[in-house]
Write a protein that binds this ligand. Structure first.
Ligand code: ATP
Ligand code: ZN
Length: 483
């Protein structure tokens, strides 16, 4: 602490905005965030604005135009660099490259590589601010390889963040006054490549701006080798503010803080950004407002529910993809269901919010033994929620939570017959799990036998076929001790 000497620069940062375009407390929305940025820029012209990933996906505002709307807004806000998070890959890497081209600022990542070892993006940028040279090195979570549809990262690899950071810090340390790492790595203990690991492995990083774990660090953390780690939560709930003072090529003081909606109460939203957001919304409105069905009951898609047990929405979706494909069995991962649908009129927007990934319905001709293996995989964390939890149709089974992993599933019936491990079944699923997503590796060895269009279309068509939707869970998945 004490006062810093030398030049003062400010770095503003966001992460995991997930396309939260409009204010919805505690989310501030893009216009308010832009207003905060304006205020800081007017106080100190030597201000940078950076994003630590997961910006272009997460609401219909983004998914309807495959990310382009968010890029337009970020251009207007004056972002100066961003790192792709795992969700930036959700529209495929070709689309990500297109979005990067539309950006008026660089998309950076040191560790996203093609199979020939070359990088997909520039690894870093050096920004000169008031004569101070700020090196910004970017890192993407290796978890992207299994957290998005494998086809979205086909031909790519994501290398060890620490190793890349070490090389690049060495390369630029003597050329710059400040080294910033912009990382979508996160701080979850479940991840091997956290920001904590990188700052421990690599000395010489002044500031690590993090994302991915949605962590709220009110005043940052000073970690190994004196690195200041900052992270601004999620969903535009916060704008991160880092103040740096630099004297004689050295950082003499650094501090991190967050601005939330309460602190920003008096700050005016940026009018241009507000206008841009509402004009994009106006364009999208007719599509989103389109009424496609009616439900007499709430369709349950809450994360803790669909990832831990049968829900009526899980049943409905699995029924829909079985119906469209005429498969014997359907299985779709609970983690792919991203929202509930309220009772009443169902709009296209509601359906896209539930199924934002643009997944396809596919079928596999699969051995009964692998169907069983798939169910075991799906319930491996049960009763803990996990993305792979199977929502099913055409099949019923029981889970013995006390039994060891790999032998928890029993009393498996297809129609009214016991599952035959040696028989071949037609199984409908989505193209994410079909290629091994959520560790459904037993699916990946089968070629796709049939393709039946988009999941959201299948759900809409099935709801229309039902007329009034009035579905309750029917106990197709239940808990019970092995006999
Ligand atoms: P964060 O916003 O912090 O990055 P995350 O997306 O990494 O979150 P989750 O919200 O748990 O973490 O989402 C991961 C889960 O989402 C996967 O386990 C899987 O169930 C589901 N998922 C991701 N991509 C797809 C896809 N294309 N199709 C179906 N399900 C998917
Ligand atoms: Zn993420």
């Amino acid at each position: 602490s004490g006062t810093g000497t030398g030049k003062h620069i400010t770095i503003l940062h966001t992460n995991d905005m997930h396309a939260r375009a409009v204010e919805q407390s505690p989310a501030m929305g893009f216009a308010k965030v832009a207003g905060i940025v304006d205020k800081y820029r007017s106080q100190n012209p030597n201000t940078l604005l950076l994003d630590a990933g997961d910006a272009v996906h997460g609401t219909t505002f983004a998914t309807l135009v495959r990310g382009e709307s968010v890029v337009k807004v970020m251009n207007e806000m004056g972002y100066q660099a961003m790192v792709p998070g795992n969700h930036e890959f959700n529209y495929g890497s070709d689309r990500l490259l297109e979005l990067a081209k539309m950006m008026k600022f660089p998309m950076l990542s040191a560790n996203v590589k093609k199979k020939d070892g070359t990088r997909l993006f520039e690894p870093y940028v050096i920004k000169e601010v008031d004569g101070v040279k700020v090196g910004i090195i970017a890192l993407t979570t290796p978890e992207t390889m299994y957290k998005t549809n494998p086809k979205n990262v086909e031909g790519l690899e994501i290398t060890d963040p620490s190793a890349e950071a070490k090389t690049l810090v060495n390369e630029i340390r003597s050329k710059v006054d400040v080294v910033v790492v912009l990382g979508h790595l996160g701080q979850d203990a479940s991840s091997t490549d956290t920001s904590f690991k990188v700052v421990k492995d690599v000395p010489g990083i002044d500031v690590f701006i993090d994302g991915h774990s949605h962590t709220v660090l009110k005043t940052g953390i000073v970690s190994e080798h004196g690195t200041l780690i900052a992270s601004a939560g999620e969903y535009t709930n916060y704008v991160g503010v880092i103040d740096l003072w630099i004297d004689g090529g050295k950082v003499t003081k650094k501090a991190a803080t967050l601005v939330d909606e309460t602190q920003a109460k008096e700050i005016k939203p940026n009018e241009k950004v507000a206008a841009l957001v509402s004009s994009i919304q106006k364009e999208q409105e007719p599509i989103l407002k389109e009424e496609v069905a009616n439900t007499a009951v709430l369709l349950e898609g809450k994360r803790e529910q669909v990832r831990a047990g049968e829900t009526n929405l899980g049943d409905l979706l699995a029924d829909a993809i079985r119906d469209v494909s005429k498969a014997d069995i359907a299985l779709t991962n609970g983690g792919g269901i991203r929202s509930s649908i309220e009772k009443g009129i169902v709009t296209k927007g509601d359906v896209i919010t539930v199924l934002p990934f643009g997944n396809q319905v596919v079928t596999l001709e699969i051995k009964g033994a692998d169907v069983l293996a798939a169910l075991e995989n799906g319930v491996r964390s049960y009763p803990e929620p996990s993305g792979g939890f199977p929502q099913v149709s055409g099949i019923t089974f029981k889970i013995d939570a006390a039994a060891p992993k790999g032998s928890r599933v029993h009393t498996v019936m297809v129609g009214n017959k016991a599952l035959d491990p040696a028989a071949t079944y037609t199984l409908a699923t989505n193209d994410f799990t079909a290629v091994g997503g959520d560790e459904y590796t037993m699916f990946a060895k089968y070629p796709v036998a049939g393709m039946y269009g988009a999941m959201d279309e299948a759900l809409i068509n099935y709801m229309q076929k039902l007329g009034a939707v009035n579905i309750q869970t029917d106990g197709r998945i239940s808990e019970g001790k092995t006999a």
